[in-house]
Design a protein around this ligand. Structure first.
Ligand code: XUL
Length: 573
C-alpha cells in the first residue's frame, strides 16, 4: 500500500471528465471517470459532450454539466476507496480554447462554497454571465478571424506574435464574437477563464490565473514578450477604450507552470476528505498535457488520435507559420510545443470504415485494417502505376483551411510529377489506406522544417526519433503501421499503454513536478525521466523507419502539397 504523497490529474475533455491519481514514483493508484453523454446526455441535451447551433456554426457545452461532473467524478473516486486524504497536489488537462464567462466580480460564489449548501452547480448557478462554454469545434467566428489575420498586417505577423494565425476556435476570436454577438453577456462578464483555469478556479475556491501554455491558444498573448499583445487586445475589445476592461476580464497570466497557486477549497476538504494541505497547481490544455505524459525528448513526436488528431513535438526553435501552432511548453521556459491540429481525424476514418462491409466479429475496424494492410503504399501495385493521393474532410479542416469534401488525385510515383485529378473512381478498400496515408503525409509535410537532419552519424534522412501514439486510434495496428511507413521514426513507433488517458496522466505528472521539483529550474523531463519506467508504460508497435518505403513517400510529398494548394484555390471557404 502506498504511504507517500499522491497527486491527482483531471482531464476535462469534450466528452468526459477523468481523474487519475498517481504516487510520487508515478504509479497509478486510482482512476474514475464521468462520460457526459452516458451520465447526463438527456438532462443537458448534449451529443458527444456538446450542443450545436448549426445555423451560426456554434458548438458549446453547458458549464453546469462540467460542475456536476466534478462532484460525480470525486464521489466515484471516494466509492473506489481512493486515499483522497493523501493527495497533496492537483493539476489537470482541459480541452483547449474553450472559455467560461463569470458574472459577479471578486470570485463569485467560489469563496462561499460549502458542503452544506448543496452541489457545485447549485451553489454556482448565478456565477456565470453565460451558461455555456464555447467549444474548440465552434466555427462561428470567420468574420473575427478575418479581422485578426489583417490586424497586424498579415497572417504570418499574427503567427509571429501569438504562435498561430487566426483560428475559429481560438479564444480571442471567440471573445470578440461574444462582444459583438451577445453584447449583454460581454458587459455582464467580470472575468473570463479558459477551461483549464476555470477548473483550477473551482478547486482553488477563487479565480485562478490563466496558464502560460494554454494562454497561447488565444491569439492574444505575445509569446516572445510574455505579455498580452496591446494591439490584439484593442481589436478584441473594439477599440482602445475597451482595453482596460478587457484586461480586467482576462486577469493576470501565471508565468510559472509549477509551484502552488494556493490550497484546495474547504468544500472539497469537507465533502470528499481532501487534506487542507492539498495544493492547486496550474492546470493546462489537453495538448500541452499530452507532452507531459512521458519524458518526451526533442525530436520525439506524439500523434494523438482522439476526437481531433494532433501531432506534437517539443522544440527550442520558434518558427511560427500560419498553418501550424507554436505554444509555450507548460513547464519548461524557453521550450515550445509545435502542434498540428486536424478536425478530420478519427471521424473521417470512421466514415470510410462505415462504407466497407460490416465485419462479423467484435472489432468494428477489422475490415478497414485488412484493407489498409492489403493495399501497398500509395496503391502502387506494379512499376509504372501512378501514386494515389486524397483528402477526406467530412468537416471543414483546420490545416489546411479547406471546406468539407473529398478529393482524389494521382501523380507519377517516381517523382510526384504530373499531378492530376483521378480519372477513375477507386475502391473503398483503397480509400482506407489512402486516408490514413494522407493524414500522415500532411504531418510529414508540415513537420519537416523542424526536423533538421537525421540522427547524427546515422546517415538516415530527417525524421522523428520516436513516434508515440496516444488516444483511441492508437489501438489500431494498421494505423500505426502507416504512420511508421510515412513518418519514419528511427527508433520505432510506440503506443502509450495509458492510451486514452495520456492527458489526465500528464496533468497528474505536472502536479508531481510542480510540487516536488528541487529548484525552480529543474525541468519537467529531468524530474520525470528519473522516475518514469519505460517498461509497462509504452509498447513498441511498429519498427518505424523502413528504408525505401520512407523515400517512396518522400517523392510524393511535393505532389501532396500541390494537391492541397490546388484544392485551396478552387474550394476555399
Ligand atoms: C487544439 C484543439 C483540440 C482540443 C481538443 O488546438 O483545438 O485538440 O484541444 O480538446
Amino acid at each position: 500500500m502506498n504511504s507517500g504523497p499522491l497527486y491527482i490529474g483531471f482531464d476535462l475533455s469534450t466528452q468526459q471528465l477523468k481523474a487519475i491519481v498517481v504516487s510520487s514514483d508515478l504509479k497509478v493508484v486510482s482512476e474514475a471517470k464521468v462520460d457526459f453523454d452516458a451520465d447526463f446526455g438527456p438532462k443537458y441535451g448534449i451529443t458527444k459532450g456538446v450542443k450545436t447551433n448549426e445555423e451560426e456554426g456554434e458548438v458549446f457545452a453547458p458549464v453546469a454539466m462540467w460542475l456536476e461532473a466534478v462532484d460525480l467524478v470525486l464521489s466515484r473516486l471516494v466509492e473506489k476507496k481512493c486515499p483522497v486524504a493523501d493527495i497533496r497536489g492537483i493539476s489537470g488537462s482541459c480541452q483547449q480554447h474553450g472559455s467560461v464567462f463569470w458574472a459577479a466580480p471578486g470570485d463569485p460564489g467560489l469563496k462561499a462554497l460549502s458542503k452544506d449548501k448543496g452541489s457545485l452547480q447549485e451553489q454556482l448557478k448565478d456565477a456565470f454571465a453565460y451558461e455555456f462554454g464555447p467549444n474548440w469545434q465552434d466555427h462561428s467566428t470567420q468574420a473575427e478571424c478575418d479581422f485578426y489575420d489583417q490586424h497586424l498586417g498579415s497572417k504570418q505577423k499574427l503567427a509571429d506574435v501569438t504562435g498561430s494565425a487566426a483560428h475559429h476556435r481560438f479564444t480571442g476570436t471567440q471573445i470578440m464574437r461574444m462582444r459583438r454577438r451577445r453584447p449583454e453577456v460581454y458587459q455582464k462578464t467580470a472575468r473570463i477563464s479558459l477551461v483549464s483555469s476555470f477548473l483550477a478556479s473551482v478547486f482553488l475556491g477563487a479565480i485562478a490565473p490563466m496558464d502560460i501554455s494554454d494562454v497561447t491558444g488565444m491569439n492574444l498573448w505575445d509569446i516572445s514578450n510574455a505579455k498580452w499583445s496591446e494591439e490584439l487586445l484593442e481589436l478584441c475589445a473594439g477599440g482602445k477604450d475597451g482595453v482596460p476592461d478587457l484586461r480586467k476580464k482576462l486577469g493576470d497570466v501565471r508565468l510559472d507552470g509549477g509551484g502552488s497557486m494556493g490550497g484546495i477549497s474547504q468544500y472539497f476538504v469537507d465533502k470528499y476528505g481532501f487534506s487542507p494541505d492539498c495544493q492547486v497547481v496550474p492546470f493546462t490544455g489537453d495538448n500541452p498535457a499530452t507532452i507531459l505524459a512521458l519524458p518526451l525528448r526533442p525530436m520525439d513526436a506524439i500523434v494523438s488520435l482522439g476526437t481531433s488528431s494532433t501531432f506534437l513535438m517539443i522544440t527550442h526553435t520558434y518558427k511560427p507559420h500560419p498553418s501550424y501552432h507554436f505554444m509555450n511548453h507548460p513547464c519548461n521556459p524557453g521550450q515550445y510545443m509545435f502542434m498540428l491540429c486536424y478536425k478530420n481525424g478519427g471521424l473521417a476514418r470512421e466514415k470510410v470504415r462505415d462504407r466497407l462491409p460490416k465485419p462479423d466479429g467484435p472489432d468494428p475496424w477489422a475490415n478497414f485494417n485488412k484493407s489498409v494492410m492489403a493495399t501497398p503504399p500509395l496503391d502502387v501495385q506494379a512499376e509504372g502505376d501512378r501514386a494515389k493521393l486524397g483528402l477526406y474532410f467530412p468537416l471543414p479542416e483546420i490545416v489546411p483551411n479547406i471546406k468539407a469534401g473529398t478529393w482524389r488525385y494521382t501523380s507519377k510515383a517516381e517523382d510526384g510529377s504530373d499531378l492530376q485529378k483521378a480519372q477513375e473512381e477507386w475502391k473503398t478498400e483503397t480509400d482506407a489506406r489512402i486516408i490514413v496515408e494522407s493524414q500522415a503525409l500532411s504531418m510529414r509535410l508540415r513537420s519537416h522544417s523542424l526536423l533538421g537532419s537525421g540522427p547524427p552519424g546515422s546517415g538516415l534522412p530527417a525524421q522523428p526519433r520516436r513516434i508515440y501514439l496516444v488516444g483511441g486510434g492508437s489501438l489500431n495496428p494498421a494505423i500505426s503501421r502507416v504512420l511508421g511507413d510515412v513518418l519514419g521514426g528511427t527508433d520505432g513507433v510506440y503506443k502509450l499503454d495509458v492510451g486514452g488517458n495520456a492527458c489526465a496522466l500528464g496533468g497528474a505528472y505536472k502536479a508531481v513536478w510542480a510540487l516536488e521539483r528541487r529548484t525552480d529550474r529543474e525541468t519537467f523531463d529531468e524530474l520525470i525521466a528519473e522516475r518514469w519506467q519505460e517498461e509497462g508504460a509504452i509498447q513498441k508497435v511498429d519498427d518505424g523507419y523502413r528504408d525505401g518505403i520512407f523515400q517512396q513517400y518522400g517523392k510524393v510529398v511535393p505532389a501532396f502539397e500541390k494537391m492541397e494548394q490546388e484544392i485551396l484555390q478552387v474550394a476555399h471557404n
